[in-house]
Design a protein around this ligand. Structure first.
Ligand SMILES: Nc1nc2c(ncn2[C@@H]2O[C@H](COP(=O)(O)OP(=O)(O)OP(=O)(O)O)[C@@H](O)[C@H]2O)c(=O)[nH]1
Ligand SMILES: [Zn+2]
Length: 198
C-alpha cells in the first residue's frame, strides 16, 4: 500500500518546502514525491500540480519541452500562495527515458511527438493519475485548484472524491524548439493552450 516513507524540510532557491516520498516499498529508489509549501492552508482549496518527471527538461534544461520552466513556475507559485506539487515518476509520459530518447531520435527524422511514440509501438500518453489522487488522499486534501493545461488531469480529479475548485493555467511561452511540441499537445491531446504563446 502506498504510504509516506520519509519526509524532511528542504530550503531551495524557489522556497522552503517539505518534501515527502511515497511508495509501497521502503527500498524504492524512484518514489513519487510531494513538495509542500510551508504556508499551505489545508482547510481551503489547495493549489496542486501533478507534474510528470522529465529529466531532460528539468535537470538538463532541454529546450524541446517546457517541463523545466513549468516545474519552477509551479514551485514559485506554491511558495507564494501555498500548495503542493505532486512529482510523479512518469518519465516521457510514462514510457521511460530510454524510450523517450528513442522517440526523440525519431523526432529528429521528422516525426512529431505523438507519431514517434506510436512508431515505437508505445502509447501516445501512457500515464494514469490515480496515484496522484491517492497521494492527495494520504495528505488529506479535499479540494484543489489544479495547475495544468491538460484536460486529462482535470478529468481524473473530477472523477475522484476530491473536489475541483478551479484550474490554474500553467502555460510557458514557446521557443523555436518547443513550439511544434506544444502545438501537438493542443491539437492531439486537447491541451488548453493560448495560440498566441505557441
Ligand atoms: N514520450 C514523450 N514524452 C515527452 C516528450 N516531451 C516531453 N515528454 C514528457 O511529457 C511529460 C510532461 O508532463 P507534464 O508537464 O506533467 O504534463 P502535461 O501533459 O504536459 O500537462 P500540463 O503540463 O499539466 O499542462 C513528462 O513526463 C515529459 O518527460 C516527447 O517528445 N515524447
Ligand atoms: Zn519535458
Amino acid at each position: 500500500m502506498l504510504k509516506i516513507q520519509a519526509e524532511a524540510h528542504v530550503p531551495t532557491e524557489l522556497g522552503n518546502f517539505r518534501i515527502v516520498a511515497f511508495s509501497d516499498r521502503d527500498d524504492d529508489w524512484m518514489p513519487h514525491m510531494a513538495i509542500i509549501a510551508n504556508n499551505t492552508d489545508f482547510s481551503k482549496a489547495v493549489n496542486v500540480r501533478f507534474h510528470s518527471e522529465c529529466i531532460t527538461g528539468e535537470v538538463f534544461h532541454s529546450l524541446k519541452c517546457e517541463c523545466g520552466p513549468q516545474l519552477d513556475a509551479a514551485l514559485s507559485y506554491i511558495d507564494k500562495n501555498g500548495g503542493v506539487v505532486v512529482y510523479l515518476r512518469q518519465e516521457g509520459r510514462n514510457i521511460g527515458i530510454i524510450n523517450k530518447l528513442k522517440a526523440y531520435a525519431l523526432q529528429e527524422k521528422g516525426f512529431d511527438t505523438v507519431e514517434a511514440n506510436l512508431k515505437l509501438g508505445l502509447p501516445a500518453d501512457g500515464r494514469k493519475f490515480d496515484v496522484a489522487i491517492e497521494i492527495l488522499n494520504i495528505l488529506d486534501i479535499k479540494e484543489v485548484n489544479l495547475m495544468t493545461n491538460n484536460p486529462e488531469k482535470l478529468k481524473y480529479v473530477e472523477e475522484s472524491n476530491i473536489k475541483l475548485n478551479s484550474r490554474i493555467p500553467l502555460q510557458i511561452k514557446a521557443n523555436e524548439n518547443s513550439s511544434s511540441y506544444l502545438k501537438t499537445k493542443k491539437e492531439f491531446f486537447g491541451h488548453l493552450l493560448n495560440d498566441k504563446d505557441l
